[in-house]
Design a protein around this ligand. Structure first.
Ligand code: ATP
Length: 247
């Protein structure tokens, strides 16, 4: 494998000084990969993403062991904003749009770290509308009144406005109808193929995640219990029985 864009090496995460939640998690994302972190509710998927983007402090969590390298550089001590400037951004679970702002205003907030001027930002806004034509139609609507699928698109579109090399995507399928879930994952695939954005996504929906990801890690109680190419995982008997419900 060429140099990975992200390498997480044996990290431990503790909440409130005592609750050990990640017990030595390691994973890598190759440049241009789509990697899925899978597992049941509470397995530690969100904690893993927040550890990478340094968002644990707000929840009294900390990485107490291991290291995290983004583009070969240790990033544990970088603020979330610095990480965004370096090209890694997280789209939070639950989407977190600014409900009182319009769709377009939400998208523009994603350009907050940029210093390359209005014309470039405008051009990227048009690019985002190219990926999400629905958002162009809805651009003057208050984001809080758009559908769940549209809000997920706003959240991804806003992340794109920072010109990321990598997006950490937390439960993109949550609460969405199957058809909308496919639409969102198709866009992930297109962004990956045409823009070269790497993705690390956390998903409880193993079925859809393993159809779009190239590689997967299965977490149970804060540990990776299985990892492999998406195709191999789809054919693994344990995965079929416990995560795909098809055994
Ligand atoms: P979900 O699908 O529910 O988001 P998850 O796999 O993403 O599940 P996490 O949210 O990372 O799991 O949670 C992992 C474990 O850490 C759970 O047992 C959860 O109760 C615990 N946890 C999460 N946040 C905190 C916190 N702020 N303080 C204490 N424990 C926490």
């Amino acid at each position: 494998m060429s140099d990975p864009i992200l390498a997480v090496n044996n990290i431990e995460v503790i909440y409130d000084h005592v609750i050990l939640v990640l017990k030595g998690v390691s994973l890598t994302v190759p440049k241009g990969g789509i990697v899925a972190i899978l597992g049941a509710n509470g397995a530690g998927k969100t904690t893993t993403l927040k550890a990478i983007s340094n968002l644990l402090h707000a929840e009294r969590g900390e990485v107490t062991k291991g290291d995290i390298l983004f583009k070969g550089e240790a990033v544990q001590d970088r603020s979330p904003n610095e990480l965004v400037r370096r090209g890694c951004i997280q789209v939070m679970e639950g989407r977190h749009c600014f409900g009182h702002l319009t769709v377009e205003e939400n998208l523009l907030t994603g350009a907050f770290t940029r210093t390359d001027g209005r014309a470039a930002i405008r051009a990227d806004l048009e690019k985002v509308y190219g990926f999400f034509p629905r958002l162009k139609v809805r651009r003057q609507s208050q984001a809080g009144y758009t559908s769940g699928g549209e809000q997920q698109m706003v959240a991804i579109g806003r992340a794109l406005m920072s010109r990321p090399d990598m997006i950490l995507l937390d439960e993109p399928s949550m609460g969405l109808a199957p058809q909308i879930v496919e639409e969102i994952f198709e866009i992930v695939r297109r962004l990956n193929a045409s823009e070269g954005v790497s993705f690390l996504l956390a998903e409880q929906n193993t079925n859809v995640a393993l159809r779009y990801a190239t590689y997967g890690y299965i977490l149970e109680s804060g540990r990776v219990v299985l990892d492999g190419d998406a195709k191999a995982l789809r054919e693994n008997e344990d995965v079929k029985e416990f995560y795909l419900g098809v055994a």
